[in-house]
Design a protein around this ligand. Structure first.
Ligand code: E4P
Length: 221
């Protein structure tokens, strides 16, 4: 499973990248706006930190304008994947951009039928939103399972990018469901490290070692 960071914050991206487990980054207009810098500058800066697919979302809503915007975004860096919403215009833009060899992440997917449409339009990624479905009383993870099964039935190349993951459990369930990628906030990636038995075990190892050798490990001397 590939891990993407779902943020446009450069400090978070630098911190995550240090671990060597970040395969890409997803952004959306809300995340870009939070950082207060023009999208082209922010996406270029992200591409300088992570060498993997970096999703940059269009803000135009009409297909021709989306296609023009998508082409401009794709020129920022070879790793840019253009994100288009799952609307009729967005799918038209996805088909056109995909035919030009521009990779498209179709976002705001909330049903298996929508995911089928995106795959048929040549989407490189489909982004089903797990957390937002949970928010309205549905079981978001069911959608991941359904899309993975449907895409397998027809050997679609579109990769399932489980989005709107809000907890470590979401990430694990998406992995069990066979999502190719999980995109998550920095906070969620950080939480995946935690286990009380790891802390307890390390504490005991160090206490036992120091009882005998009465010295700090070489690295801190
Ligand atoms: C996907 O790419 C979106 O940016 C994101 O996962 C949405 O997450 P949220 O529902 O927690 O805002």
């Amino acid at each position: 499973m590939k891990f993407f960071l779902d943020t446009a914050n450069l400090d978070e991206i630098r911190n995550g990248a240090k671990w060597g487990i970040v395969d890409g980054v997803t952004t959306n207009p809300t995340l870009i706006a939070k950082e207060g810098k023009p999208i082209h500058d922010q996406i270029r800066a992200i591409c300088d930190i992570v060498d993997g697919p970096i999703s940059a979302e269009v803000v135009q809503t009409e297909s021709k304008a989306m296609i023009r915007e998508g082409r401009e975004l794709s020129k920022i860096h070879q790793n840019v994947v253009v994100k288009c919403p799952l609307t009729r215009d967005g799918i038209e833009a996805c088909s056109a951009l995909s035919k030009e060899g521009i990779r498209v992440n179709v976002t705001l997917c909330f049903s298996p039928g929508q995911a089928l449409i995106a795959a048929k339009a040549g989407a490189y990624f489909i982004s089903p939103f797990v957390g937002r479905l949970d928010d309205v009383g549905a079981t978001g993870m069911d959608l991941i399972r359904q899309i993975v099964a449907i895409y397998e039935n027809y050997a679609f190349n579109t990769q399932v990018l489980a989005a709107s993951l809000r907890s470590p459990t979401h990430v694990i369930d998406a992995a069990l469901a066979g999502a190719h990628i999980g995109t998550m906030p920095f906070k969620v990636m950080d939480m995946l490290f935690n286990h009380p038995l790891t802390d307890k075990g390390l504490d005991q190892f160090l206490k036992d070692y120091r009882k005998v050798f009465q010295e700090e490990p070489a690295s801190v001397r």
